[in-house]
Design a protein around this ligand. Structure first.
Ligand code: ZN
Ligand code: ZN
Length: 137
């Protein structure tokens, strides 16, 4: 098990992940596109109790495309998207993977919400693709 660290753009929020990630995925939902200002967001699912967070976060209470509540947490100073918490699944937390200090280990194994993927994004046939949420996700 490797300890992995990350931070927001300004550095006021930082974290340490003290467990191996459960899964790394790419989310093409419209909400992630808007929040990231990008084509998708790369997300790491991890046990909530394995993430130590320093600094103040602000929360946007979103409703995901699936209809589930999703608390999107971001740095109030620089606006970096950092975490998403699912109130229905409090034992896991979603980390916005671009915030990790090292990102060479990231290996997304699934692409979700491909139905709203931007048309120029090419998704490898080596990974699982789902039009919406991954089954059970
Ligand atoms: Zn910040
Ligand atoms: Zn998304």
């Amino acid at each position: 098990m490797t300890e992995r660290t990350g931070q927001c753009l300004c550095g006021n929020v930082s974290y340490t992940l003290k467990a191996d990630p459960i899964v790394t995925a790419v989310c093409h939902c419209k909400h992630c596109q808007r929040q990231a200002g990008s084509a998708f967001s790369v997300v790491v699912l991890a046990p909530t109790n394995s993430v130590e967070i320093k600094g103040e976060l602000k929360t946007y209470h979103d409703t995901a495309d699936s209809g589930a509540a999703l608390d999107r947490k971001f740095c109030p100073d620089c606006g970096s998207a950092m975490f998403s918490a699912q109130p229905d699944k409090a034992d896991t937390i979603i980390i916005k993977a671009g915030s990790f200090d090292e990102t060479d280990w990231l290996k997304p194994v699934a692409h979700v919400w491909c139905a709203s993927a931007q048309p120029w994004v090419e998704i490898s046939d080596k990974v699982a693709k789902f039009p919406g949420n991954a089954p059970g996700g």
